[in-house]
Design a binder for this molecule. Structure first.
Ligand code: DON
Length: 582
C-alpha cells in the first residue's frame, strides 16, 4: 500500500495536515459516523485507479479524496477516456447529508461562433471532433481542486504526486487501451487533410510512435511529460494550468494552428456549483447531475415515466419490459433534443422532471406496439420555471464511498477516444473534443447521433450539452447506490437500468450492472438490445414495430452500493475494471 507521508511544504500542506488530523477526530459537519470509519468502496474501469482510490481512503482520506485519486490516476492509465485535458461532473453526498453537484464541464472559447463548424453552409464533423477547433477549455482540474478544497481531506498535491509517479514509472497497457490506440490511428488516417496533420504531431509522438499503434497490451507506457505536468500542478496548484505556463503554451499552440482558445479563456474558467436534480422512484430518492448535463434530467424523467408500470411483474428480461423502457427513453430523448442545453444560456424547464408531466406523456405509451414520437413534449411553465441559473455560484464513470457516509459519483471525459487527439507539445496533456457535443447545425447529428436545437447551439463561453449522469440513490436519506456510466447517450439508459435493477428487482450493485441492457435515443429510431435478451424477445419487439439492432455489449457503468452485508463495489463486468469494498 502506498503511504501518504508528510513532507509536502507550504501553507496548503499545513492545512492539509491539520485537516487530516481534525478529520480523524471530528467528522465533516460534526455528525456521528453512520458506519464504523475504515469501511470504503471504490469502482472504476481500471484496477490501478481503483487501487489509488482505495489507498486514498486507507490513508485517511474520504470518498471525495478517493474520487480525486481515481480521476487523476485514470488520466494516466486510461487517458483515452478522461484526463485533465477534459471535463467532469461530480455528484457528492457528504456525511452531514449535504448534496453537491460540481460542474467541471468544458466551455467554448469566447471567440466561438454559432456556425463555427460549418463550411459552405454544411456541418463538417471532422472540425468539431479533431484538432484545434474541437477543444473546449478543460474543466476537470478546476472541479477536482474545488472538490478537494471544499470537501476533501488529503492535499491535492499529494494525490497529483502519486499519479505523477505512475505516469513516470509507467504501467502495462490493457487490451482496451491497445485497441483504442488502433482506433486513434485509424481515425487520424481517415482525415483528409482537414484539420491539417501538423496538429496531431505531438499526440502521435507520444501515442503512435513510428506513426502506428506499435504498443501492445501488456507493454509499459511511460509518460514523462505528463508526469512533469502533474508535478508542476502539485507545486503551483491549478494556477499553473489556468493562469500560468499551460494556458500560455496552449494559447500559443492554438494561435499557430487556427484554434480559438486564448489565455483569457483559461483565466475566465470557473467550476460551477449547481443544484443537483432531485427525483423519487418508488420511494427511493434520486440525486443526479443537472444541466449542462441532460443526464440527471432524463434519468429522473425516464424513471418517472416507468413508475406507472409494474416492471417487476413484467420480468426484467421480458419483451414487455424492454418495450416499455424503450418507449420511455424515446419520449425523454425527444425532449432532450429540443430543450436541453447549458442553463446559463438557455432556459431548461424544470417541468421535465415533474411527475404530472411524466403521467401525461406515459398516457401515450401502448403496450402492443411502438408508438411513433413526432417531437418533444411541453412541460408546465416551460418558459418560466427553468433550471438553475440562480443556482450557479459562480468518459469514464467511477464511484466511491466511505464509512462515514460520504459518497461520490463522478463521470469524467475527454469525449471520444483521446479527445481532439491534440497533445499540447511538451506537456503530455491530451485535449478534449467536447465542442462536438454542441449541435453544430439543427438536424445534423453529432458523433453520438444526437440531435440538438437552439438550446445547444454553439455560443461563446457556453458549455456543450452532456449526457453524463453521476447519480446517487438514497433511501430514507441514506445513500444506497452511486452509479453512472460512459458511452454518450447510452449513459442515461445504463444509469436508468441500473436503478431499475436495484429498485424494482432488488438486485445488488453487481447484479444490477450485469443485467442485459437496451438503449433508444429517439433518433435514429432504433432500439439497441444486448444479445443477452435473446432472439425471442428481439423478435417480439420487432413484431411490435421496433427497429431492433442487436449489440454484443452496451456501455460501461461502475457502481458502489450498500447491501445488507455492507459495501458492494461493482465494476462493469463487460470491461476490465476493478472494485474494492471492505
Ligand atoms: O458528455 C457527454 O455526454 C459525452 N461527451 C460523453 C462521451 C462518452 O461517454 C464517450 N465514452 N464512451
Amino acid at each position: 500500500m502506498r503511504r501518504y507521508e508528510p513532507g509536502f511544504t507550504g501553507q496548503r500542506a499545513f492545512w492539509g495536515r491539520a485537516f487530516l488530523l481534525l478529520g480523524l477526530i471530528v467528522l465533516p459537519g460534526g455528525t456521528a459516523p453512520a458506519r464504523a470509519a475504515g469501511h470504503g468502496a471504490v469502482a472504476t474501469v481500471h484496477p490501478l485507479a481503483t487501487r489509488a482510490g482505495a489507498e486514498a481512503l486507507r490513508a485517511g482520506g474520504n470518498a471525495v479524496d478517493a474520487a480525486i485519486a481515481c480521476a487523476l490516476t485514470l488520466g494516466v492509465v486510461d487517458g483515452f477516456n478522461s484526463g485533465l485535458g477534459g471535463g467532469c461532473f461530480l455528484t457528492l453526498r457528504l456525511a452531514d447529508g449535504r448534496l453537491v453537484a460540481i460542474d467541471g464541464r468544458e466551455a467554448a472559447p469566447a471567440a466561438a461562433t454559432r456556425d463555427l463548424f460549418l463550411r459552405d453552409g454544411r456541418a463538417v464533423p471532422a472540425l468539431s471532433q479533431f484538432g484545434a477547433l474541437a477543444v473546449g477549455v478543460p474543466g476537470q482540474l478546476a472541479a477536482l481542486a474545488y472538490a478537494s478544497t471544499n470537501f476533501g481531506r488529503l492535499p491535492l498535491a499529494r494525490l497529483l504526486e502519486d499519479a505523477a509517479r505512475m505516469a513516470e514509472e509507467g504501467f502495462p497497457l490493457t487490451r482496451t487501451y491497445a485497441g483504442r490506440l488502433k482506433t486513434a490511428a485509424d481515425e487520424l488516417a481517415a482525415l483528409q487533410g482537414e484539420p491539417p496533420a501538423a496538429q496531431f504531431a505531438a499526440f502521435r509522438a507520444i501515442f503512435l510512435p513510428e506513426g502506428r499503434p506499435v504498443m501492445r497490451a501488456g507493454e509499459i507506457l511511460r509518460q514523462p511529460e505528463l508526469a512533469a505536468s502533474y508535478r508542476a500542478m502539485a507545486r503551483a496548484g491549478p494556477a499553473w494550468f489556468y493562469r500560468g505556463p499551460f494556458a500560455a503554451q496552449t494559447a500559443a499552440w492554438m494561435r499557430g494552428h487556427g484554434g480559438l482558445l486564448t489565455e483569457a479563456d483559461f483565466a475566465a474558467y470557473e467550476p460551477q456549483r449547481r443544484e443537483p436534480v432531485r427525483g423519487t422512484y418508488r420511494g427511493f430518492e434520486i440525486v443526479s447531475f443537472p444541466p449542462p448535463s441532460s443526464g440527471g434530467v432524463h434519468v429522473v424523467q425516464i424513471l418517472n415515466l416507468l413508475e406507472g408500470f409494474d416492471l417487476k411483474a413484467m420480468g426484467r428480461g421480458s419483451a414487455d419490459f424492454a418495450h416499455v423502457v424503450a418507449e420511455a427513453m424515446k419520449l425523454a430523448f425527444a425532449d432532450r433534443a429540443h430543450w436541453l442545453g447549458d442553463p446559463d444560456f438557455a432556459p431548461v424547464p424544470r417541468g421535465l422532471v415533474a411527475k404530472d408531466y411524466a403521467r401525461r406523456l406515459a398516457g401515450g405509451i401502448a403496450m402492443d406496439r411502438a408508438t411513433p414520437v413526432a417531437g418533444h413534449g411541453t412541460p408546465a411553465a416551460a418558459d418560466t420555471d427553468v433550471f438553475g441559473r440562480e443556482a450557479a455560484r459562480h468518459t469514464t464513470h467511477f464511484s466511491t464511498a466511505d464509512g462515514e457516509g460520504n459518497w461520490a459519483a463522478v463521470t469524467a471525459t475527454v469525449n471520444t477516444t483521446f479527445g481532439a487527439k491534440v497533445a499540447v507539445p511538451g506537456t503530455g496533456l491530451v485535449l478534449n473534443n467536447q465542442m462536438d457535443d454542441f449541435a453544430a447545425q439543427p438536424g445534423v447529428p453529432n458523433f453520438f447521433g444526437l440531435l440538438g436545437a437552439e438550446a445547444n447551439a454553439v455560443q461563446p463561453r457556453k458549455r456543450p450539452l452532456s449526457s453524463m449522469a453521476p447519480t446517487l440513490v438514497l433511501r430514507d436519506g441514506r445513500p444506497v447506490l452511486a452509479v453512472g456510466a460512459a458511452g454518450g447517450p447510452t449513459i442515461i439508459s445504463q444509469t436508468v437500468l441500473a436503478i431499475v435493477g436495484a429498485v424494482d428487482f432488488g438486485l445488488d450493485a453487481r447484479a444490477a450492472l450485469a443485467a442485459p441492457r437496451l438503449h433508444h435515443q429517439w433518433r435514429p429510431d432504433e432500439l439497441v438490445l444486448e444479445r443477452a435478451f435473446g432472439g425471442a424477445v428481439a423478435a417480439e419487439l420487432r413484431r411490435r414495430g421496433h427497429a431492433v439492432k442487436v449489440a454484443g455489449e452496451l456501455g460501461a457503468a461502475q457502481a458502489v452500493g450498500l447491501g445488507p452485508g455492507g459495501f458492494v463495489a461493482a465494476p462493469d463486468p463487460r470491461g476490465e475494471g476493478a472494485g474494492e469494498a471492505w
